[in-house]
Design a binder for this molecule. Sequence first.
Ligand code: HAM
Length: 413
Amino acid sequence: MLTQAPKGTRDMLPQDAYLWQWIEQKEREAAAKAGYREIRTPVFEHTELFLRGVGDTTDIVQKEMYTFKDKGDRSITLKPEGTAGAVRSFIENHLFAETLPCKVYYLNAPIFRYENPQSGRLREHHQFGMECFGGKEPTVEAELISTLFGFLSGLGLKNLCVHINSIGCPNCRPVYHQKLKEYLVERIHDMCETCQARFDKNPLRILDCKEEKCKAIVKDAPVILDCLCDECREHFEQLQALLTARNIVRGLDYYTKTVFEIIMQAGREGLALCGGGRYDGLVEQLGGPATPAAGFGIGAERILMELKNQNLLPDMPSVTDVYVANLGAEMKIPAFTFCQSLRDLGVKADSDVAGRSLKAQFKFADKIGAKYVVIIGGDEYERGTVKLRNMATKEEKELPIATAAEEIKGIIA
Ligand code: HAM
């Protein structure tokens, strides 16, 4: 073989396509019910968008972006997350001048991160995300989390657990930074190099470090909830009425106030099903008018992985309901024409394209799970009829060729 797929990428194979279509349909329905409309943004953007939007001290920007120079010498990056592109589009297309809130979703958009591939962690994954621009109330987060919860439990998933936290706003976060640094200053030399580099620039990031020795130190760090200003506290308390609080921070810099994750209760350490939060400063930071916003992203591969773990994947639907077999070379054209007339009526039908014998055509029909086989040729054809065989019961009947397609449509339905 000439070459293999790049590490951390996966083909979506024909036998799995129905799962993706099924999940996407559920995502569309969930988003539409809550008044969100679809947005599609490019797979790549100017690198600067992510440097400024996602934050230059995040793991994503420091270690994980697929960045390259295009032929015009511009620095381009494959989307490492979906929010920054949606914000860029919201600003560039003046969506802020339309009726707010502007509620958008993206459907399994491809996302690229140079991560160490392992179970549930890919270099190309797909995110379903919802973003709401122009709502400052905690009802936005409540709506997002409820929609997510409804979507996931509607798929049958059990043991879902929402973790929420507030990481404050530009008014109260500096107070926490100070407190955190006071705690860390004596311990920072025992932490990893990345944490040491982040100490001055963005100490909050240190809470998100995955290194065991850093996690052990961070475990007893001061809690950000103790430093919230009145506005942030009130916002958080309103949400808490619904949800459980935990000391999480999340790996992107744009969040203000609420952050949340949905994990499986029996989930693997560090593997969230979904993450999101409020980002009231991002639209303005990227050059738009001050606009409060919140959203979430959920990895389609992780949903499918969890559905598989819980034995909840639906069965594959039939690919072909009716196979039209020909009784020899001279019947190829009538068989093809009959197959087309079934398709025109909306029946999933197929016919021979490989020059197979009748026996081999039957074998093929069986393999693809055809419920019925229509046989075109022989005495029946002379009489102006076709033979219809039920593959499960082996029953056969003759139908007039002129009305057979309509009749078969009725039988299938
Ligand atoms: P995130 O937590 O980085 O947030 O990613 C969201 C979800 O994408 C994760 O919970 C997970 O399901 C999936 N995911 C992330 N990385 C990988 C990977 N390497 N392989 C497979 N799945 C992965 C964001 O991206 C934010 N943009 C979410 C957001 C939207 N916040 C506000 N609006």
